[in-house]
Design a binder for this molecule. Structure first.
Ligand code: CNA
Length: 243
């Protein structure tokens, strides 16, 4: 049996599946991740300030102009479309599986692909709020060339979890509950170094933990199956195996 045969067998025998995804799932949609060689953290940036510092809460409050200039040029991709991997995970629902997507991504591509049950641990670039009056703004409703301000004069903040900010309690609870109770956990396209998100996979205690990632992760030794490859190739091979 090949690794792909084992993976297909695991999917076939699972009724409820959690897909725990990260930025690597969207690189084939043209959105760079953080930690790959050509990821955002390894790009030559104009400023000497580290990306981790720019996308922090205190930096946003102190230097909104610099924050937004980095954010809109490096983190927001309104033209991006779901790729074959997003579509594959959405199609599992059409096969009658109960699928919960727990994602660290902020790009909305799982939903665009058709997944109906998505927990966005780190929020979404699509949603934005005025920090003064709370008014909601869609991405298309805000200026992406300047600091966006509300009609009331308040500054608009993306509904994205920045460094120094906590995750929403409700999202944490839903993510842990779905991971604890699923038959199979597929972890895909994530370096598993961002906490607390990465720690949630420890709540899975059964024997179908699968890690699909180009590079090694700190959780590889915990998994029942690890495939280090491009998710595009993995999905193509799964389809060849006629799942
Ligand atoms: P990361 O730390 O950049 O890790 C991505 C992982 O994906 C790496 O280990 C890569 O080896 C792997 N990878 C890259 N491309 C592929 C591929 N085609 N097939 C298989 N594996 C691949 O990103 P994480 O998601 O682990 O880190 C969490 C951060 C990244 C979250 O806070 C996100 O909000 C943030 N982020 C999100 C996006 C997005 O929404 N698309 C983009 C960039 C960063």
């Amino acid at each position: 049996m090949t690794e792909i045969d084992v993976l297909v067998q695991m999917i076939r025998s699972s009724q409820s599946i959690v897909v725990f995804s990260g930025a690597g799932l969207s690189t084939n949609s043209g959105i760079p991740d953080f930690r790959s060689a050509d990821g955002i953290y390894n790009q030559k940036l104009k400023s000497k300030i580290l990306p981790e510092e720019i996308i922090s809460h205190s930096f946003f409050i102190k230097y909104p102009k610099d924050f937004y200039s980095f954010y809109f040029s490096k983190m927001v991709y309104p033209e991006a479309k779901p790729n074959e991997a997003h579509l594959f995970f959405a199609d599992l629902e059409k096969m009658g599986k109960k699928v919960t997507v727990v994602t660290q991504n902020i790009d909305n591509l799982h939903q665009m692909a058709g997944s109906t049950n998505v927990i966005e641990l780190h929020g979404s670039v699509m949603r934005n709020y005025c920090m003064k009056c709370g008014k909601y703004y869609d991405l298309k409703d805000i200026s992406t060339s300047n600091v966006p301000y509300c009609d009331c004069g308040g500054i608009i903040k993306p509904d994205v979890v920045l460094y120094e900010e906590g995750l929403k309690q409700r999202d944490i609870e839903r993510a842990i509950e779905s991971i604890e109770n699923c038959d199979m956990l597929i972890v895909v396209g994530t370096s598993l170094v961002v906490y607390p998100a990465a720690s949630f996979i420890r709540f899975y205690q059964k024997n179908k933990l699968v890690l699909l990632n180009k590079s090694e992760t700190p959780y590889d030794s915990m998994a029942d199956l690890v495939i280090h490859d491009d998710i595009k190739k993995i999905v193509e091979e799964i389809k060849r195996n006629k799942l």
